[in-house]
Design a protein around this ligand. Structure first.
Ligand SMILES: C[S@@+](CC[C@H](N)C(=O)[O-])C[C@H]1O[C@@H](n2cnc3c(N)ncnc32)[C@H](O)[C@@H]1O
Length: 314
């Protein structure tokens, strides 16, 4: 069977249909990664467009830069080392009041997962690092695993990993410290959980939880997406790809709130969430990759795609 290489961007067809990049438009790829989506967006902005790629990982920006070089005569290409939570500052520093399209492809890149020494994956034995931006983040996964209390580790693995065996895993971690490498941790988690059938390794959820904590991935995510919506020009489009339920929840809430739908808890006597009608939802329900894409690119299997368009008068 034909398989796509590990850097294949996810749901490209759907992303392009929803973003509809046009000649001369200004687009932001807020998680440019290896430039997989950007190399598809860039030719559609010719002539006269501008593509701004943001990533917090300096190594991703190097790869994206090389891949996007081919377009630099035909459109403006700017790569920025920043956190996407700084989007308004990135735009105002370049004299932009709004843009025509913004893409978020959340989470970790295949290059980060495949770089053995970065410690994101238990497929390789490496120090427990997991920092997307080693120049800004100071806490590593090893710091969390070796310093946090059992209670805090349990809560982390339960909340960010949605792991039913969090208590057993946290106890095993505390009893076996110091834990220095990815495979040492993976083996210990597998032993604590007991081999579960199923298609994922028993340590997958624990590694996800640590990665989310190290990179503060959920901190202010809803606010960041809302902020991005405010950076759209009238008619501008935003697309967000998320990969687990915690991310999906934050994205959904941002989209609901700014499409005018109250997200207050049920039975709240009066709306306190401040819902505003700024966008029209292009995907009333999240889109998922089709079976063919999942077969060709298994990393796409958990993707959810949501999109919205900025209203003219908002
Ligand atoms: C799934 S990858 C993007 C892959 C990209 N769409 C492609 O096709 O090559 C996610 C990227 O987002 C970056 N990232 C994650 N959180 C970020 C944040 N808060 N600010 C900026 N970049 C972030 C990661 O470093 C990673 O390179």
């Amino acid at each position: 069977m034909m398989t796509m290489n590990s850097h294949t961007p996810v749901m490209v067809r759907e992303v392009l249909q929803l973003l509809r990049p046009q000649p001369g438009e200004v687009f932001v790829d807020a998680t440019v990664g290896l430039g997989g989506h950007s190399v598809e967006i860039a030719p559609r902005l010719i002539p006269g467009g501008w593509l701004i790629g943001i990533d917090r990982d300096p190594r991703a920006l190097e790869v994206a830069g090389r891949r996007l070089e081919q377009f630099s005569g035909a459109i403006r290409v700017t790569l920025v080392h920043a956190d996407f939570r700084e989007l308004p500052q990135v735009l105002s520093a370049r004299g932009l009041e709004g843009v025509d399209g913004i893409l978020y492809d959340l989470g970790v890149s295949s290059m980060q997962l495949d770089s053995a020494e970065r410690g994101f994956s238990f497929r390789f034995d490496a120090p427990l690092d997991m920092r997307m931006d080693p120049s800004r983040e100071s806490i590593t996964a090893a710091d969390i695993v070796n310093r946090w209390s059992e209670v805090d580790l349990r809560r982390l693995i339960q909340e960010y990993g949605e792991e039913p065996a969090a208590a057993r895993i946290a106890r095993a971690i505390v009893q076996n410290r110091p834990i220095l490498s990815t495979q040492q941790l993976a083996a210990l988690v597998a032993k604590a959980v007991g081999r579960r059938g199923g298609h994922i390794h028993p340590a997958t959820r624990t590694f996800q939880a640590l990665r989310i904590a190290v990179n503060r991935e959920l901190e202010g995510l809803q606010e960041a997406i809302e902020q991005a919506i405010r950076c759209l020009l009238p008619g501008g489009r935003i697309v967000v790809l998320s990969y687990h339920s915690l991310e999906a929840r934050a994205v959904k809430r941002a989209f609901q709130r700014l499409s005018g739908k109250c997200i207050c808890p049920p039975y709240t006597p009066e709306c306190r969430c401040g819902a505003e009608r700024m966008v029209h939802l292009l995907t009333p329900h999240a889109l998922k990759p089709d079976a063919e894409e999942i077969a060709l690119n298994p990393r796409s299997r958990s993707a959810q795609c949501r999109a919205a368009e900025r209203l003219a008068a908002s």
